[in-house]
Design a protein around this ligand. Sequence first.
Ligand code: PLP
Length: 417
Amino acid sequence: MAANVSPRNAPRPLDVEAVRRDFPILATTVHGRPLTYLDSAASSQRARPVLEAVEHYERHSHANVHRGVHALSQAATAAFEGARERVRRFINAVSVKEVIFVRGTTEGINLVAQSYARPRLRPGDEILITALEHHANIVPWQMVCEQTGAHLRVAPINRRGEVPFDEFQRQLSPRTRLAAFAHISNALGTVLPVKRMIEAARAQGAVVLIDGAQAVPHARVDVRALGADFYTFSGHKMYAPTGIGVLYGREELLAAMPPWQGGGDMILTVSFEKTTYNELPAKFEAGTPNISGAVGLAAAMDYLEGLGIEAVAAHEQHLLELATVELGRMPQIELVGTAAHKAAVLSFTMKGVHAHDLGTILDADGVAVRTGHHCAMPVMTFFGLPATARASFACYNTEEDVARLVRALERAREVFG
Ligand code: PLP
């Protein structure tokens, strides 16, 4: 039984030591030191129930899905389609037709860019993003703009790393055909006021895509309550395997979109004269899907809801606040991203030290942080930095992890003098 499993909607503090026992990789030592894993925003670790669900599927149920009449194919199809229903419940979509399995957030955004935006946009139309987006939520829109003659607008951020709502609203107009923005920034940790932003964009007639890559592990996401047209996320940031993610889209929109990729499973009939396309969601899932990944994703959702997303979020918030205070006391550390609403991410620099050198020193102490531009180069440009170091928190991190980070930073300061 996984740690801390409690009935839904009965939040209780996280038993973090029990949670840690669910993540076998946390017992790893690095350079002879215990691993302090503070890089979950890049990719989280996998919980034992996720590993077991994937292994059980691979050992007992694997065959190709949808087309087989034999028992294993039916077992695989049941597992895969069961996972889709699990996702539907997790995000509160109306129908499984609205749940498209993709490789991850990047693929979800590209799918919408090419299948929704590209056929519809004309010169003079606008796409609105914000200045804190991950490259995955910038480049696909730039490509569509090149393809269609549409114009990319960018809502600015302030020095705290927030997207001021009035600035965002000022960028909207009846020309805005599509708005795409992060729920939570991966580089800064900013939680965006997505509900208000969605309402404002839709009031102008824009369709809205939310990049939820950093949100699903830390917040309950209800796509209906949010009112998003599209919402996309990656499994590997929420304790599930890599190579699986979800694009949620309102059925009415998905139904009107052409397929993105052609191949098996997305068709009803094929002849050389004419091919007819399958119903949703199969229309957007050409080729053999990542079946075990979907099974792992469903198990990760069970796991996260078993812990209680609210309990996980409260625990991570405590660690974020603790780390913010501790690092804020170190005169040579500058925090980057000080929004009023943040989640799970602490970006910082050390005076006179390149982030990569800092990351190497921390690694020698077993402390894994991410260093670089975090696939958000425009954010780095805004703050006039080549890179930052980023510590990010998950359900299995502890106060001791924060203390180890602080000790490793103190050692780094001595090394770099
Ligand atoms: N968007 C955000 C905010 C992210 O943090 C990431 C990954 O770091 C992505 C998109 C891309 O996710 P993936 O690489 O899983 O497709």
